[in-house]
Ligand binder design. Structure first.
Ligand code: PLP
Length: 311
């Protein structure tokens, strides 16, 4: 695989952002402390990645972002075409061929002083491109992550819709704190009914024979998850979205996690249990290879426009 640990150059070396209608270096990408995106986590977001100079499944990410904004009744000044152009320019300004590219829409601040009405706020778009990051570090992925089964339950779907990508991470962060206290890399959370959901920044899969299952609740409909489910067909695997109990997790042959900022990420331990030979499993690695190979598929790749073309 290509080296993803590059950095940009010049003023935008740390990345480039679009904030309040301007392109700025990452250090200048700041919000007022009274923005409801900050004070209330009243914000939706999405993250797409750039691999070898091309966005991966950009239209899927824009579809999900538009849907999330509509669900939360958020509407920035920029339309979809403008958002897409801004993402291209952020990456081009940062000079990155491997990048983590975020877009967010915040409720903003009320136009009417003292108003508590969401309708009175000026919603606004934030976007940025920074050098590629892995949600689970590469060396941990290589040996397989150690997942802690969090005692904190996932917030109910009826309270915070997990399919609307959001920053209300208290339950996920509690899981992460528990995991680190116990010497694990990261966590997975069950809901209060005893079904597996997801982890801080990733979907989770279990493998049992040829069956590759991912939870049907409490989780974001991840684009990486979607790619893995599609790839299963071509590999003779049965990929499915299904309810997953603790017993099914305990009996799984393999477990892996998926996210944009990391791809297919192997797991070698879950709670006290060691999977396989304490190393990434064979089905996981077939999907890992297929996932990165899919980046060459022109159906998924949108080359980043050169800087001159994004002005
Ligand atoms: N679940 C959560 C809570 C996430 O934050 C993410 C990504 O950031 C995912 C799942 C994976 O989604 P995707 O594959 O679209 O990046």
């Amino acid at each position: 695989m290509t080296d993803q640990n590059e950095t940009g150059t010049g003023r935008f070396a740390g990345g480039a952002a679009w904030v309040r209608g301007r392109f700025v270096p990452m250090d200048e990408a700041v919000l007022p402390v009274t923005d409801w995106g900050f004070t209330r986590s009243d914000v939706v977001y999405d993250v797409v990645h750039v691999h070898d100079g091309a966005f991966f499944r950009l239209q899927d990410h824009l579809d999900r972002f538009e849907r999330a904004m509509a669900r939360r009744r958020l509407k920035p000044a920029e339309d979809r075409a403008a958002i897409e152009a801004i993402l291209h320019r952020c990456v081009a300004l940062a000079g990155l061929s491997h990048a983590y590219v975020a877009m967010a829409c915040s409720r903003g601040r009320p136009r009417v002083a003292g108003s508590r009405r969401p309708e009175d706020c000026d919603n606004h778009l934030i976007a940025y491109a920074i050098p590629w990051i892995d949600v689970i570090p590469k060396d941990v992925q290589a040996r397989g992550a150690h997942l802690w089964i969090a005692g904190t339950p996932r917030v109910p779907d009826a309270s915070v819709d997990p399919t609307v990508k959001n920053y209300q991470w208290n339950d996920l962060t509690s899981g992460l704190l528990e995991a680190h206290d116990e010497g694990y890399d990261t966590a997975i959370l069950f809901d209060r009914d005893g079904f597996l959901t997801e982890g801080p920044g990733f979907n989770v899969f279990i493998v049992s024979g040829d069956r590759v299952l991912t939870p049907d609740r409490g989780a974001l409909q991840g684009i990486t998850r979607k790619t893995v489910l599609e790839l299963c067909d071509g590999l003779g695997l049965e990929g499915r979205v299904a309810p997953i109990t603790r017993e099914m997790l305990d009996e799984a042959d393999e477990v892996f996690t998926t996210t944009t900022a990391g791809g297919v990420m192997p797991v070698s331990r879950v709670g006290g249990r060691i999977l396989g030979n304490d190393r990434p499993g064979p089905v996981t690695m077939r999907l890992y290879d297929a996932y990165w190979a899919a980046h060459a598929d022109p159906r998924y790749a949108t080359p980043v426009l050169p800087l001159e073309a994004t002005a």
